[in-house]
Design a protein around this ligand. Structure first.
Ligand SMILES: [Zn+2]
Length: 272
C-alpha cells in the first residue's frame, strides 16, 4: 500500500511545508556561514558579514539574513539620524503621529508601528493588512486623516498615479508628509509610460517588471508638486561615505542593466 493512501492530504501538505522550511533554513544557515565577516552591516537585523547578496540586477545589495534592500536601509539610516537631514529622524517624523503604510515591508513595518501613535497598514490585494485600499480612489478614508503616508515602490504599479498622488494629498493633514520611492533607473529624464505597452512581457522589457506600468524620470517631483505638495528629493549624498559603504546604501558594484536603479532616491512630499 502506498503512503499517499494512508496519510491524509492535509497531513501530507503540512509535512511538505515543514520540509520546505527546513531546507530553506539549512540553506540560509550555510549561506550566512560562507559570508562571515564584518565589512558590511544591515541596520535592520544587525547582521554583519563579508558582503550582501545579489538581486537580479544589483550585485551585493540584499541582506542575506532579513532580505533588506538599499531603499529599506536608506530609510532606516535616515530615521536613525545618520544623515545630514537630522530633521527627518524617527522622533521628528513618526513619534506621536498617525501613519498609513502602503504595501508594508516586513523589514520596516514593526519599527514604524512602534514609533507611531496610530499605525494603519494597507494594500490593494494583500491579506495581512488592516485596510484594503486602491490608492487612486480611497473614499473610505476621510480628508486630513493621517500625518504620514509611506509608499515605497508602489506608484509604479498604480494605473492612474496622478489620481493616487491627489488622493495622498487629500488624506494627509496640513503639513503631513508622503514618503515615496519608485524605480527610476540611473540618469532618468522623463517618465516612460507608453500606454501601448500592455503585455507582461512588454512591461518587463520596457519598465523592468511584468506588473510595472512605467519607469519614473526626474518629473516625479513635478507630479507631486503639481498636486499641491512641496517635495524634497533625497539621495545618498546626505549620508557620510563610511555609512554608505558600511550599510551598502548604494551598490558596491554598479549594475550595467539599462533599467537598473543604482542610485536610490527618496521623495519627501509635504502637504503645503
Ligand atoms: Zn538584515
Amino acid at each position: 500500500m502506498q503512503l499517499r493512501n494512508i496519510i491524509p492530504l492535509s497531513l501530507r501538505r503540512l509535512l511538505g511545508n515543514y520540509c520546505h522550511l527546513f531546507v530553506a533554513a539549512r540553506k540560509k544557515k550555510n549561506l550566512l556561514k560562507k559570508l562571515q565577516g564584518s565589512a558590511v552591516e544591515c541596520n535592520i537585523c544587525h547582521w554583519q558579514g563579508a558582503h550582501f547578496i545579489d538581486d537580479p540586477w544589483h550585485p551585493r545589495t540584499v541582506c542575506p539574513n532579513c532580505g533588506s534592500q538599499v531603499r529599506h536601509r536608506m530609510l532606516v539610516a535616515l530615521l536613525d539620524g545618520q544623515s545630514s537631514m537630522t530633521e527627518l529622524s524617527e522622533k521628528k517624523i513618526f513619534q506621536g503621529k498617525s501613519i498609513l503604510h502602503f504595501a508594508p515591508e516586513r523589514q520596516l513595518r514593526h519599527r514604524i508601528q512602534r514609533a507611531s501613535a496610530h499605525y494603519v497598514s494597507t494594500d490593494y490585494d494583500r491579506g495581512d493588512v488592516d485596510l484594503k485600499l486602491n490608492m487612486s480612489a480611497m473614499p473610505s478614508v476621510f480628508d486630513a486623516s493621517f500625518d504620514v503616508v509611506i509608499a515605497c515602490d508602489v506608484l509604479e504599479h498604480v494605473p492612474d498615479d496622478r489620481a493616487a498622488i491627489k488622493e495622498l494629498h487629500r488624506i494627509l493633514k496640513p503639513n503631513g508628509i508622503a514618503i515615496i520611492t519608485a524605480p527610476q533607473k540611473d540618469a532618468p529624464s522623463m517618465t516612460d509610460e507608453d500606454p501601448t505597452v500592455t503585455t507582461p512581457e512588454g512591461r518587463l522589457q520596457h519598465f523592468g517588471q511584468k506588473d510595472h506600468l512605467r519607469i519614473y524620470g526626474d518629473d516625479l517631483k513635478e507630479r507631486f508638486d503639481s498636486a499641491g505638495f512641496s517635495t524634497t528629493v533625497l539621495d545618498t549624498s546626505i549620508f557620510p561615505s563610511n555609512i554608505i559603504h558600511r550599510l551598502v546604501l548604494a551598490p558596491p558594484i554598479l549594475s550595467s542593466h539599462p533599467l537598473a536603479t543604482n542610485q536610490r532616491r527618496f521623495y519627501f512630499a509635504k502637504k503645503s
